[in-house]
Design a protein around this ligand. Structure first.
Ligand SMILES: C[S@@+](CC[C@H](N)C(=O)[O-])C[C@H]1O[C@@H](n2cnc3c(N)ncnc32)[C@H](O)[C@@H]1O
Length: 251
């Protein structure tokens, strides 16, 4: 059974609510990321941008709205999320299925030119350190000098008393926003299993459950080190709340 526009819209909307639970200020973060990309691509007639771990294309779609002249390649490993994106955000991006950080993944993107920007939200923590290292290195190799990588994700707090305060600030914010009653990752996927139009697209539960996804538990300093080693010149956060960051790295 094919995926209808109406069903795709319904599941993308539900995805947005579910992801908001894990990334407070999600919409603000998308805006900040678009601000950065817009700034570094000013004057370029057709900037080339990749969204890593795009899910159903939430960030790619926002970027396409802000930068309608950009070419956006949206990258993910999950067939169901990619199909939601291809259906609901058909014109926003070219959706490509690949596993970041594995042999040949960057060639599978068929970029056709140097990248101007790479963006990612709530995804790179899924990669083990070796795969992330490989991802950063491969991206740096195909990015033009002056291009940027912009990553929004929760990072491990540094440790010690300041870390406890960082975590406390994040927890208090979570409580104030009362997001705990929203649908979570597991219940979204469980509900998707009952949707006939999604049946053919579901990968085995064991491949997508968070417990199977190693959280690399890297700190900001770890990311800065990996990005510098990969060939990025300047690396710094441009946004932070608790342990949530947007890091910008300039090639
Ligand atoms: C929490 S979701 C975030 C999706 C999207 N960026 C958003 O903010 O809605 C993490 C995404 O990373 C993808 N992912 C995890 N590991 C991956 C890998 N090795 N290669 C490609 N995508 C991956 C998952 O399939 C999932 O779509």
């Amino acid at each position: 059974m094919g995926l209808s526009m109406a069903t795709a819209e319904q599941w993308v909307r539900r995805w947005e609510v579910q992801q908001q639970r894990y990334a407070l200020d999600r919409e603000d973060r998308f805006t900040v990321i678009a601000d950065v990309v817009e700034h570094v691509t000013t004057g370029q007639p057709r900037p080339l941008v990749a969204d890593l771990g795009c899910g159903p294309g939430s960030l790619a779609a926002r970027l396409a709205r802000r930068l309608p002249h950009a070419d956006i390649v949206a990258v993910d490993i999950d067939p169901l999320l990619l199909e939601l994106g291809r259906t609901h955000y058909a014109t926003a991006a070219r959706f490509v299925r690949t596993a970041m950080g594995t042999d040949g993944w960057i060639e599978e993107l068929e970029l056709g030119g140097p990248l101007d920007a790479v963006v990612s939200t709530t995804a790179l923590h899924c990669l083990g350190t070796d795969a992330l290292n490989r991802t950063y290195t491969d991206i740096a190799a195909v990015m033009r000098p002056g291009g940027v990588l912009v990553n929004s994700d929760r990072l491990r707090a540094v440790g010690g008393r300041i870390s406890e305060i960082t975590l406390h600030v994040g927890r208090r914010r979570d409580e104030r926003c009362r997001l705990s009653t929203d649908e979570d990752w597991e219940s979204w996927w469980t509900a998707a299993e009952d949707e006939p139009e999604l049946a053919d697209l579901l990968s085995p539960r064991s491949m997508r459950h968070p417990s199977r996804i190693p959280d690399n538990a890297l700190t900001l300093a770890d990311h800065v080190g990996l990005l510098r080693d990969a060939g990025f010149q300047d690396v710094a956060p441009v946004w932070q709340f608790g342990s949530d960051y947007i890091i910008v790295a300039i090639r």
